[in-house]
Write a protein that binds this ligand. Structure first.
Ligand SMILES: Cc1cc2nc3c(=O)[nH]c(=O)nc-3n(C[C@H](O)[C@H](O)[C@H](O)COP(=O)(O)OP(=O)(O)OC[C@H]3O[C@@H](n4cnc5c(N)ncnc54)[C@H](O)[C@@H]3O)c2cc1C
Length: 503
């Protein structure tokens, strides 16, 4: 397992193929550092003995200890550990930990390569597992590029006027393929070792060239990242609070005739599997949300509770009621993740995959509630988050003394702490990061309508209809055994709580 210092060194040595605001920059650009800081937290957690077995796992390929972000889940316990790790890590950075997309892509590729091989007698799975061995040995970190720029949403990839609206194969060679096209909204790509590319949607036979999945180094020849970092107004200086150290960035990826060697190609023209791999990534990612979204609710709940205290209204009934709403959202989403893990299934590849119904209901609920949660913070905090004077006015402005008196509302909270609380309220509730979380909460991992569509297709409505017929007296008997006798997966690595020894 590499350290955060090795990770940073590796990033800074990469080719400067990133464009921000019209200029090419290296990965040590100050606007990318808040994002790198987030990744560094994940390396620190993996090296902290306290989190051994949670932030780390044993590689099924090399037998070595690896970061959990690179581990292919083998059982429900692995999925629950991943979910717990996401909540743990996301709390520490006050939001998105950015590593789950890469992990979700690994799961999707491990499963889908096996299924393509079984149907088509190809050898993608071995190729992928050989690649994974190197991934584990090098301690790489990858992001996932699924979302294509898509062009006209009502047309399929092969019907677009601009073929680059989706990443596609432009040439097939003996030793690999050449690809072109645009991916967009790709989080963490600007400070990842590797980029995994998978299709974004179901495909038809005409879309064969768009049925492509592969891995490339993030600074490979022909690839440019046009990156939008989200950073806070406050600087990462000595007295910068933890929340202001962290940020995120998303990139448009421009693939301009990028050569991908054969050993890194995991799907090449198998259009029938476009939908499958797209959904495998999406469902795995929706399960990841059951760890990260509770962490966002934890953060919003904590900030709201502090704002209430600073306003002296913490005992007021509507405030207490609103705090329970955060608790319900966070823990229902978390519970959906646990249910998704224990009702998951072992796939032919050996990878254990979360139950898609529970993953989708959890993700859908959090996607729909995100603005409500921000609204509760706004209601309780009042309008100060967008009207308070700048930090410098409090620190060394001519009205510093008056402002430090002005900022105190609850006499039990010092001026310094009051200022810190209201700065946090501003940063969490009214900054570019706040907008990012609101929109990520709706669209990241697929908009709520996508979960609605998934539930429309996959949920067992027939059993519910049978219940209706039975209750109406149309059917004399009710057969819902398939639904209710379904067993969760216990054993096989699912560790139950051990009683604490009284000695
Ligand atoms: C902060 C953030 C981070 C992200 N990170 C990543 C990442 O790391 N990797 C990645 O691959 N993606 C990432 N995404 C992309 C995310 O998965 C997409 O935003 C999401 O799937 C929605 O796609 P879109 O943004 O293209 O919206 P659109 O697809 O344009 O959707 C807009 C609306 O149009 C509707 N619509 C679209 N097509 C149709 C149709 N054919 N018929 C009917 N209605 C339609 C949708 O349902 C939706 O209501 C990220 C997004 C955000 C906001």
């Amino acid at each position: 397992m590499i350290t955060k210092e090795q990770y940073r060194e590796r990033m800074f040595k990469m080719k400067p193929n990133i464009c921000i605001g019209s200029k090419m920059v290296r990965r040590d650009d100050p606007r990318l550092i808040p994002g790198l800081n987030v990744l560094e937290v994940t390396y620190d957690l993996a090296h902290d003995p306290k989190w051994k077995g949670l932030a780390t796992a044993t590689s099924t390929i090399t037998g070595e200890e690896i970061s959990r972000w690179a581990h292919l889940p083998q059982n429900p316990y692995d999925l629950m550990q991943k979910q717990k790790l996401i909540r743990l890590a996301a709390r520490r950075v006050g939001g998105c930990i950015q590593r789950c997309m890469g992990h979700d892509a690994l799961n999707a590729l491990a499963i889908c390569t096996k299924e393509i091989d079984m149907a088509k007698k190809t050898d993608y799975h071995k190729r992928f597992m050989d690649y994974m061995k190197i991934y584990h040995q090098k301690g790489w970190d990858g992001c996932c590029a699924q979302t294509d720029s898509k062009g006209d949403r009502m047309k399929r990839p092969s019907q677009q006027d601009n073929p680059d609206a989706h990443v596609h194969i432009v040439e097939e060679r003996k030793d690999g393929i050449v690809v072109s096209g645009f991916k967009m909204s790709i989080t963490q790509a600007a400070y990842a070792d590797e980029i995994f590319v998978v299709p974004t949607r179901a495909l038809m036979e005409d879309d064969r060239d768009f049925a492509v999945a592969f891995a490339v180094p993030a600074d490979c020849e022909g690839l440019t990242l046009v990156t939008r970092p989200v950073w806070l107004r406050e600087k990462d200086d000595a007295d910068c609070p933890p929340y202001c150290r962290y940020g995120v960035s998303d990139s448009v990826l421009i693939f301009d005739k990028v050569f991908v060697p054969k050993e890194r190609v995991f799907m090449c023209g198998e259009w029938e599997f476009g939908r499958r791999v797209a959904l495998l990534f999406a469902d795995s990612h929706r399960h990841s949300y059951s760890g990260c979204k509770p962490a966002v609710s934890d953060m919003l709940c904590g900030v709201t509770a502090l704002a209430a205290e600073a306003n002296g209204i913490q005992k007021v009934a509507h405030v207490r009621e609103k705090l329970t709403e955060f608790a319900s959202t966070a823990e229902l989403a978390y519970a959906a993740g646990i249910a998704s893990a224990v009702f998951g299934e072992k796939t032919a590849s050996g990878v254990f995959f979360p139950n898609s119904i529970y993953a989708n209901v959890g993700r859908r609920m959090t996607g729909e509630l995100i603005y409500h949660e921000y609204n509760m913070l706004t209601e309780i905090a009042g309008g100060i988050s967008v009207t308070m004077p700048f930090k410098e006015d409090f620190e060394f402005g001519p009205f510093k003394e008056q402002l430090m008196k002005f900022i105190v509302r609850n006499p039990k909270i010092s001026a310094d702490d009051s200022l810190k609380i209201w700065r946090l309220v501003e940063n969490v509730g009214a900054s570019p990061m706040a907008s990012w979380f609101e929109i990520a909460g709706v669209h990241g991992g697929g908009s709520p309508i996508m979960e609605t569509i998934a539930l429309g297709i996959e949920y067992d409505y027939e059993t519910r209809k049978k219940l209706g017929r039975y209750l109406a007296g149309i059917s004399p008997e009710l057969d819902d055994s398939a639904d209710l006798l379904r067993e969760p997966t216990f054993g096989d690595g699912l560790i139950t709580e051990r009683p604490v020894s009284k000695k």
